[in-house]
Design a binder for this molecule. Sequence first.
Ligand SMILES: [Zn+2]
Length: 325
Amino acid sequence: ALSNHTSSGSQGPWAPEKWYSLYTRTRLGYLFYKRQLKKARERYPHGHSYTQAIVFSGVKVVPVPVLSDNYSYLIIDTASNLAVAVDPSDPIAVQTYLEREGATLEAILCTHKHWDHSGGNKALKRQYKSCRVYGSSTDDIPELTHPLKDREQVTVGRLQFQAFFTPGHTVGHMIYLLDGKSGDGPDCLFSGDLLFLAGCGRMFEGSPKTMLESLDTVASLSDSALLWPGHEYAADNLTFAAVVEPDNTVRDRKFQWVLQHRLEKKCTCPSTLGEEKEYNPFLRTHCPDLHLALDLQPGPNEEWGHFRARILEEVRRRKDLFKGR
Ligand SMILES: [Zn+2]
């Protein structure tokens, strides 16, 4: 939702930087979020997309469609019915899902401060008094009780998470990896606005170098990890990916699959990190095909990391200008 208002490129009072500053630093941003919440509840009384829970031994992952294209997630330890919520921005929707599952909210893992990710913390904390709220202390997370450092562990029941500090979209953005081994299943990455299916978040508060380091952290995780992002942006992202890397058959196939799913308003998550590396241009800054398509080559003495950050900057710049978001 935020990106719709920052992509216009217009000058004047609603220029992107000014809008962003109002959204994140003033009460106007909160009021805007409350209005979006109300509009989305009216427009999508049952959520913007059809989602499906996945279950593997002892763990249930439930995507919760909220606002107009966000996803919150419930991760439930099925033995104890203790639940963790990732970015529960619509407290009523999350509460409904918790009741449906008969689960008790034990912890909130917040990826970043933007209201469409953190806006439900306060109401849920009021409802579940002992609920812990995790996130980075550098990111103004509402109701934060447990500030996390890079690679710190979070345990809830038999659920084991590892937090990774991934700044760039915001100064204190974090992502959370659920360890599948505890339940004999796949690892699950909750990536917030760092990484989407075929896309990445806007670099509101970080340089391309910082964002690249954060994306490299993702790339270092297991290829079999399931990706559960913060937004349903797959169709737009793959449309853009086709522009910067026209000859990619893996991407073509995924695009057809996504279009079919979106015709039926089905959720396109999860993909896997292995898949993403094949078609997500933001994870492919090392690929010669992409360099050619962008018409960029490394300078004679240019360090490889510096060059890749330049590629990332250019892909992000083109995506910002791309119609849609
Ligand atoms: Zn955000």
